[in-house]
Write a protein of this length. Sequence first.
Length: 386
Amino acid sequence: MPTLLAIAKRIANELARPAAASVDHDARFPHEAFAALREERLLAAAIPRELGGLGCSAADIAAICSVLGRACSSTAAIFAMQQIQLVSIARHSAGAPFFDDYLRKVAERQWLIASGSSEVGVGGDVRTSIAAIEPNGGRFSLHKRCSVISYGEEADAILITARRAPDAAAGDQIMALLRKDDYRLEPIGGWNPLGMRGTCSPPLLVTAEASMEQIVPDAFRTIAIQTFVPYSCITWSAGWLGIAEEAVSIAKSFIRRDAIKRPGVTPFGGARLVHVVNDLEMMRASVHAAAAEYDRFNSNSDGARALSSMSYALRVNGLKLTSAQLVARICLSSLEVCGLAGYMNDSEFSVGRLLRDALAAPLMIGNDRLTATNANLLLVCEDDLE
């Protein structure tokens, strides 16, 4: 039996890679890859086995994200976001009948869940909301202007954040699951970005009405600290690692071709490639270590405390900051190794799409915002090694 990683590699190479140029050019959803991911039941990878999922660890998910990222950055990003939603639900609604039943259905039917955590007017801060749910007996209504909802129009549900009530503070948030029949979407802008074009992430107005039982039991503050933010940092970084690995592979191929043409002469760019490979190894080690640490904490009875510690927040935020910087640097350096051949879009050594996709990394949970958060944490965080 092939392993899940082997299955992901086959989907990446046979479906995601051949379609990547079209996905990028047309800014369209990567239907080919996701049809195969559904067929292999990988959309439920992070759902616990007892609820019908594959029970994958963070390390497993990160490895799949990297494999997909080498072939199609948008496919990797969407797959990562799907797993982030599933883990957020599974970890913070354990035992709630509505959510247990819903996760079983996701595993069975391979539903796709989008994130509605962004909002127009909050400056990219997912930990604050302007929109609020309006409770009415056992139901609530919601109107929220999301600055992006990746693959929102392709999704079967949206996991959305909002203030707990109209009079709640901006940071007093809930997270609610909206099923397809619970909401309607209205475009409030277009989608013609530089990179990550296949994520299909236009700004959308969400108008919804749903049952109060569809609110995840834990407060979003807890979800964000223990799961949503660290899992995002790990899986996104893993997808960016795939982009970086592909760029370095292209650069290596270019140098080898140059070496064959001129035996005995070190190719121009060979020395630069040494530094690129070093950057890649540093990035790879950081991603793998972060995924392993998350799994270790998640399997520990005291894991919630460790995941909520300031020292852990510093580390996982630092992972995202470093990965977002390194992926862009690695792609740019790979371009410099390949020279004009890397610059031309119709070249076998082109790194143009990879570089454009890499430039989205600092914007996903903005680097400046995370840097400011870590600067504040450093003022109060003790030098512990939790």
